[in-house]
Write a protein that binds this ligand. Sequence first.
Ligand SMILES: [Zn+2]
Length: 337
Amino acid sequence: MVAGPRLAYSTNVLAVVGHTHQRQALSNLVRYERLPSSLLFAGIEGIGKHAIARELARQLLCQSLPAAPQGGCGECKPCKLFESGNHPDIHTLTFGTDGASVDDIRQILERLSLRAFMGTRKVAIFDNADSISMVGANCILTTLEEPRPENFFILIASNPSKLPSTILSRCQRWFFDRLSEDEIRSVLHARGASEEEMALAALADGSIGALSTIRARTEHADEIIAVLDAAWRGDLARITRAAQEWGAEKTTLAERLNFLRMQIRHRLVINASDPGAAAVWAHALQNTIDAEYVIIDRHVNPTLILLRILQGCSHEYATAYQMTPNRYPSILEALAL
Ligand SMILES: [Zn+2]
């Protein structure tokens, strides 16, 4: 069977979307042979950090360097091998649950100590580097401390603060922002997404990765949108029922909170020109961000927290909040945490 466009997309470096300035700057550094040997790509999940790392790697391994364009020429043997997943000088490890082990790291570092199979350069991509173990981090550190000029390391992390400072200090850090709604739409378009999926772009919170969660949980989506509408109307009975149901379902609570946050963020964006509504949604957004911490770390009853978030989403509250914002403390302030 021929691979469908979806599969082709996931490995094709040319499908990278957005982050134009950083990609151009990285490409120029390669061209002028000024690229540092260790890089850290930071930014939230699902915005294309891995794809950018691959784009950069392909340029580094392209035969037509230094003239190679951004992402490599795509025509030479190394570029073709790269695309087919068979280039011997690109090594990728993914950390996290069931991810790469310390032995995997040692194996790759050993291969990096040998001559390149093709050309001169070798590239290692460490995905979810923020989930690396202490022992693993120490292995990598030794190599980062004495880099060989032909080796390049790209560490990818959504939470770089979890990395040891010894590693952080040896990497040049590159930050990648959320994607715009239009950029998400163009990725979806390239993937041949349905109209229904395209409509979710506004709720993706700048992350392609978030879309799969949203798609899988559209039943939550419809329900959450309906409850937020009820909250805005001041329908206390409906929001109390929702807070009780959601609070009791421990397994789906994190997903619901996540979606609630995305939906509230969306309402904040579309109501930017209405100061009363914008204040309410901004306040609610802060509450949803705090909610996770309060529920998980402080073991506060989730129903209570959800009710507090939803109560703060009413039209009536919007008017009152605008006049006396100080009378409406955030969840953290109210609980004095
Ligand atoms: Zn090439």
